[in-house]
Design a protein around this ligand. Structure first.
Ligand code: FCB
Length: 412
């Protein structure tokens, strides 16, 4: 039987959410507009989602009972700045109340400043593809820093810039729903890079001492065989998922952007084989490793991949937070198996020298999974959409035991 595996003192145990996915009533955002245009594949509505805009106090009290000592959430730009340059004092006060409630519960707030949703006044002007986009976002960043910075433990500038750009401009699953717009994609990535760098500087100036990072998605692309052409296919498939333009003709890794810590969002990966018949997919065929279980999303489950991702980040020499990790399964028994297995990988990465300071499970509550509506359940807590009643799942209680012990139980 394995000995108890303890995490470092002060390790952050939390869950991650995004405003549009949990709050409800976010009518000023491009996601709401996208929903009205029929963009949600399931026909579900993000209003009222989990109604957390109104229920945050009870929800935070519940997460505290689940021994969370931190929480990741995003501040909704469309609420705080409903018209360009016009800030809504009532919404700023609302988020002060939210962050104060977290502090009162003893949970450290990790605050994301852009998690996939933008105000319609911004998206109507071309959104992140338009020149001047970073300049349009920065007043919001500054205002939030000045008004809320004293309550924030960690800043996260952007959530998953690569996924955001791909889904919005190549795959069409996110607003603005463009497909195959490679030039748009590159403009978006270039603007997000500039926006992150400027926000990093501004936050450092306005809230010195509050670490600033970025949350980047890592979908592992593994060569299907050891053949050179498959290894080449896997590395090119990964290239554009992990990089953004950093200057004329140069692409740099997102995780190497200036930051005080790096945030890792990891869920799954694919095997990649070279395939001459698929020019549209970059001459690659991507598939799940045979034999691995898959989630309701069809994503392969392999907890050891989390370790691979953490090991990749170690040479950066920066603190690491797992800013998202989890699985979409209606059958919670599978999450109960997965959770300690994933956390064991985090523990091993720390043992081998990775400076991992916290883990944020995606997600606290079953919520609005973007274009897939409520069909994908990632939560430790179930939400009855008709009554808004919350029920802690067995995985939620398990997470509580681990967080309270700050350790994985012996023998698990
Ligand atoms: C990530 C997003 C998050 C959630 C999970 C399942 O890409 O950051 O909002 O949708 O996937």
């Amino acid at each position: 039987m394995a000995a108890e595996r303890r995490f470092p003192d002060g390790f952050l145990w939390g869950c991650a959410t995004a405003a549009h996915q949990v709050e409800g009533g976010n009518h000023g955002s491009d996601w709401w507009q996208f929903e009205q245009r029929g963009g949600i594949l399931t026909g579900d509505s993000a209003d009222p989602a989990c109604d957390m805009y109104h229920r945050f106090r009870d929800d935070f009290a519940l997460l505290r009972r689940l021994r969370n000592n931190a929480h990741r959430l995003s501040i909704e730009w469309a609420r705080v700045e409903p018209r360009p340059g016009e800030f809504d004092p009532a919404e700023i006060q609302h988020y002060r109340d939210v962050l104060t409630a977290l502090r009162d519960e003893g949970m450290a707030p990790l605050v994301t400043l852009h998690h996939f949703s933008s105000p319609t006044w911004f998206s109507d002007r071309g959104g992140w593809a338009a020149s001047g986009a970073p300049r349009a976002w920065l007043p919001f960043v500054r205002r939030v820093a000045v008004e809320l910075g004293d309550l924030v433990a960690l800043w996260c500038t952007l959530n998953e810039p690569s996924i955001y750009a791909y889904q919005g401009w190549l795959g069409g699953e996110f607003p603005p729903g463009r497909r195959g717009d490679v030039r748009g994609l590159i403009r978006v990535l270039a603007n997000l890079r500039r926006a992150h760098e400027a926000a990093y500087r501004e936050l450092g100036r306005l809230t010195p001492g509050v670490p600033v990072g970025i949350a980047q998605h890592r979908w592992l692309m593994l060569p299907a065989t050891s053949r050179l052409r498959d290894r080449f296919a896997a590395s090119t498939a990964g290239f554009f998922m992990d990089r953004w333009p950093v200057g004329w003709g140069r692409w740099g890794r997102v995780v190497e952007a200036p930051a005080d810590y790096v945030g890792l969002n990891h869920y799954s990966g694919s095997l990649v084989a070279f395939d001459i018949r698929r020019p549209a997919e970059g001459f690659t065929r991507r598939f799940n490793p045979p034999g691995l279980p898959v989630t309701d999303f069809g994503w392969a489950v392999e907890p050891r991949w989390l370790r691979t991702c953490l090991d990749e980040l170690r040479p950066l020499g920066r603190p690491i937070y797992v800013t998202e990790n989890g699985m979409a399964v209606a059958a919670d028994a599978r999450r109960v198996q997965f959770l300690p297995a994933a956390l064991e990988q985090v523990w091993e990465a720390i043992r081998d020298g990775a400076d991992v300071r916290g883990y944020f499970h995606w997600s606290s509550h079953d919520n609005f999974e973007w274009a897939h509506g409520y069909s994908m359940r990632f939560g430790l807590v179930a939400v009855d959409l008709a009554t808004q009643e919350r029920t802690v799942k067995p995985s939620g209680w398990l997470y509580a035991r681990i967080a309270e012990a700050n350790a994985l139980p012996a023998g698990d």
